[in-house]
Unconditional design. Structure first.
Length: 896
């Protein structure tokens, strides 16, 4: 018999469901995130969070979200209302009804607790965009004036509100990027319909005994020399007596290397008066400390400090905290040009990095981040910049473990930089900060600095991006840093537009470019006052605007007509470029250069290989120029490529695409980012030797060969030089090599370790035109310096076909070895390799020793592909390698 379920029956069912659930936190010192949510709009349910936070509510009509944190759009994706694939296809994102997010939404969860004598419960937030009312069991925990700011973390005692059955309701309010201190997107991509509103970081319930610990801080002092002198480690934490009586507390500390080794322990007993707090400070000396280094310079040993509080006559530990840290020093200096240089463990450290973005709906995961870091290291880069996208604690933990430097900070172009002196803000009048905004900003800094304080990977913090904060905001930020015992640099902004007297000049430049410039741009460094983003000083965000995905990715997010428009209608606005009001909504500048330099495309396939050629040479030249100019008269102290990745499928600004497919921009950057490398100066036609190691030196041999389009050697040369760690030097002039060039030629540079058994350290092949591109520096804009004349590579469209033999061997540990042999009399130009499974789908993620290679006549080249660590091997099953190039027909070979 079928019976209609009444509201009462549904309420009973809800109570049975919670009754069968486990207690969220069962014993003191435990903390747990709210694991899932029921979500609904206030336009659908009563706008009454007090009643919605009563237990037993019927939520069958709500959206059921099986994750602990998500923005509204992210939650609706998790609940099955939308899918990313559909949203990101074509211009479907436009069709999401943004009006539904103009009203508050409610996140709700029911959970069990087991209150007892001496138990104290706390609700902890770490970021809600961008303001919320919080209710528990029908009573208000916090108002939206208190829980305000996307980066504000609060701790609320809820001991007097909890019972065995509990219902939490969080009502979030619509976010406005220009009026809230939130997580905006500027012109990186279209804005999400919800403006990122929601519980984007975990909300936690914490249980303690009579005494509670605040988050621990670690202060380290290293001796000289670092590796042998004792290091002092001080653990700090505030201890709170939560009882209306004196308590005797024993604090037990433990310090140990994460990898194992000798333990250092200590105890301290003290008495706390009723309802009081004190700062607990425990110091120990580590003999023979293990020093943490960036990956290219050494190992990443980590230490763990734990602190446990015991209270007399209380049968459980009252509270417990742990923190992982590394022993290292980071400082900065300004040179005579006011350019910043970072120093890691007292060594000058050239930054080669890129700007990271999370998923458009903030749906990032630890596994995605691990792969991101492995890709970055594969490029030879050492740093990631976070502009207002500070993500989650696991990001910094992974960076500590893998040896990647992180440069976090606040974002540009919205409320974070709503200053009267900011003439570039996208809204007028400027929404000036209120007293409440200054408090939110200070609390945001307090939370983020506290989260990052102990992490060895954190290089510093940018308290401004395009513009510096005013004196009052700066003072609040610096007070927050002091409160959490911040040890790293605090930098006023990422540009030279101005600075606070409290921080001094930033030493960074932000003068573009962001759109296409030729390879010679980066090498054209004089006069510096006119050369903007060229390879000198510290470029905080700059690049040639490249990053066109390969066809397999394009088909994931563009219609057939949209794909064809890339070459048939090159000036068309592209939804997958940037915001429609942005300077970057078309590919006009990029395509104009492609048409001039390579000739009008004859087909989609022709266009796509030409864009990969353009992207490859663009990123390689930028990375090589900055690397080579490390020891110049005005040194290139660092650069942040714009950008590392995309928050959605994009046609530009990336080193790999949204689907983790590496293409031309990736492999160009990788070719330029080797620890030991040769680099070609397009302007002066010179060869540079780069050594970014900390411990490699000695004799090096450089072999140079220029070959024409017909396979004839036009020049050969050899040089033997001595290299030194952490240095660069000019070694050869190639004026003679290019003296009689009338059409494009190929230049191959081989770098060998000339000590003992020769080892090939790097191999670079360039295509060089008779005449270099000419830049019109006087017409430079903030986003580009236009070219007045272009190099002519059109003759390379007439290269004779090359035949490449391919042999493969599939390893047992998620590796594939491939050997290419050019059987022809002409170079096999720009040969790409791709792994596919038995269904023809790309095998991703993947790293390659090399790709988009140019193979000399008669030359054999070995290349290895591998799965990044942590990848599910069941889903990494290549069965075939596809091979093709500019003058090599597309084909495939089954894996042995």
């Amino acid at each position: 018999m079928h019976m209609k379920r009444t509201a009462a029956a549904l309420s009973i069912a809800a109570r049975l469901q919670i009754a069968n659930a486990a207690v969220l936190v069962a014993a003191p010192r435990q903390t747990a995130a709210i694991p899932s949510w029921d979500l609904q709009s206030s336009a659908v349910v009563a706008n009454d969070p007090a009643s919605l936070s009563q237990t037993g509510l019927n939520t069958t009509s709500w959206h059921h979200v099986p994750v602990s944190k998500c923005t509204l759009m992210g939650c609706l994706i998790e609940a099955g209302v939308y899918t990313e694939k559909e949203l990101f296809y074509s211009d479907n994102l436009r069709r999401v009804d943004g009006n539904q997010f103009l009203v508050p939404w409610i996140y709700r969860h029911e959970f069990l607790l087991d209150p007892g004598p001496g138990h104290h419960y706390f609700l902890r937030t770490h970021g809600i965009s961008s303001r919320a009312d919080i209710f528990l069991n029908g009573r208000q925990v916090a108002a939206s004036s208190e829980q305000a700011g996307s980066y504000v973390g609060r701790t609320y005692e809820i001991t007097n509100l909890v019972g065995k059955e509990n219902a939490l309701a969080i009502q979030v309010y619509p976010t406005d990027y220009y009026r809230d201190l939130a997580l905006g997107w500027v012109d990186w991509n279209p804005w999400p319909a919800d403006n990122g509103t929601g519980v984007w970081r975990d909300v936690e319930v914490k249980l303690t005994g009579p005494v509670k610990l605040d988050p621990m801080r670690v202060v380290t002092h290293l001796g000289t020399p670092l590796e042998t002198a004792p290091a002092n480690v001080t653990i700090k934490a505030k201890v709170h007596n939560l009882e209306d009586r004196p308590v005797t507390v024993t604090a037990a500390g433990l310090l140990t290397p994460v990898s194992g080794g000798r333990l250092v322990g200590w105890n301290q007993t003290f008495t706390l008066p009723p309802l009081s707090a004190t700062d607990l400070i425990l110091s120990k000396t580590i003999t023979n400390p293990k020093i943490w280094w960036p990956r290219q310079w050494g190992a990443q040993p980590l230490y763990k400090a734990t602190l446990t509080l015991h209270v007399a006559n209380f049968h459980h530990p009252s509270d417990h905290a742990t923190v992982t840290f590394g022993l290292r020093t980071i400082t900065t200096t300004l040179n005579a040009h006011n350019d910043i240089t970072f120093h890691v463990n007292t060594r000058p450290f050239q930054i080669l990095g890129a700007g990271y973005t999370p998923n458009l709906f903030l749906r990032s995961s630890p596994s995605d981040w691990d792969t991101t870091l492995q890709y970055l290291l594969d490029l030879g880069f050492n740093t990631i910049r976070l502009e207002g996208k500070n993500e989650h604690p696991w990001l910094y933990a992974a960076a500590d473990r893998l040896g990647v430097m992180i440069l976090p900070g606040w974002e540009c172009c919205d409320k974070w930089e709503a200053w009267e002196y900011n003439a570039d803000l996208g809204v007028q009048p400027v929404p000036m900060w209120s007293d409440a905004d200054y408090d939110i900003a200070r609390r945001s800094m307090l939370h983020e600095a506290g989260m990052m304080q102990a992490h060895a990977s954190v290089l510093g913090f940018l308290i401004g991006s395009d513009y510096w904060p005013d004196e009052r905001a700066t003072r609040g930020y610096l007070e927050a840093f002091e409160t959490v015992d911040w040890e790293g640099p605090v930098i006023g902004s990422a540009s030279k537009r101005g600075f606070s007297e409290q921080t001094g000049p930033s030493g960074m430049k932000m003068e573009g470019p962001y759109d296409w410039v030729p390879p010679g741009y980066w090498w054209n460094t004089e006069p510096a006052e006119e050369r903007r983003g060229a390879a000198f000083g510290f470029g905080s965000e700059l690049g040639a605007g490249v990053g066109t995905p390969e066809l397999g990715s394009l088909r994931e997010f563009l219609t057939g007509e949209e794909i064809e428009s890339l070459w048939r209608n090159p000036n068309r606005s592209q939804f997958h470029m940037s915001r429609e009001t942005s300077q970057f909504e078309t590919r006009k500048i990029y395509n104009a250069a492609l048409w001039k330099r390579w000739g009008a495309p004859s087909s989609l396939e022709d266009y796509l290989i030409k864009v990969q050629l353009m992207d490859y040479e663009a990123t390689r030249a930028q990375v090589e120029a900055y690397s080579a100019m490390w020891n110049a008269k005005r040194p290139a102290t660092g650069m942040i490529y714009w950008m590392l990745n995309n928050g959605w499928p994009s046609l530009h600004w990336n080193l790999w695409d949204y689907y983790m497919r590496p293409a031309g921009s990736y492999f160009g950057a990788k070719a330029g980012g080797k620890v030991e490398n040769t680099a070609f100066d397009y302007v002066k036609r010179e060869v540079w030797l780069v050594n970014r190691s900390l411990d490699k030196g000695g004799a090096r041999k450089i072999e140079v060969e220029v070959m024409d389009m017909h396979g004839r050697s036009a020049y050969k040369g050899t040089a033997v030089v001595t290299t030194a760690p952490n240095s660069s030097q000019k070694i050869l002039s190639l004026d003679e090599a290019f003296g009689n060039v009338t059409e494009p030629v190929f230049l191959r540079l081989l770098l060998w370790d000339a000590q003992g058994r020769e080892q090939l350290l790097s191999r670079n092949v360039y295509w060089v035109a008779k005449d270099e591109d000419v830049l019109d520096w006087d017409k430079s804009e903030w986003y580009v310096t236009p070219a007045s004349k272009y190099s002519d590579y059109t003759a390379l469209n007439r290269l004779s076909p090359a035949q490449v033999a391919v042999s493969t061997a599939k390893g047992k540990t998620s590796t594939v070895d491939i050997t290419l042999e050019n059987k022809s009399a002409v170079p096999a130009f720009f040969v790409s390799l791709k792994l596919v499974d038995y269904q023809g789908r790309d095998v991703l993620p993947v790293t390659w020793d090399d790709n988009y290679v140019t193979v000399w006549p008669g030359e054999s080249l070995a290349v290895q592909a591998k799965a990044p660590k942590g990848v599910d091997k069941e889903n990494w099953q290549p069965s075939r390698v596809l091979v093709g190039g500019k003058n090599v027909d597309q084909g495939g070979v089954d894996l042995n």
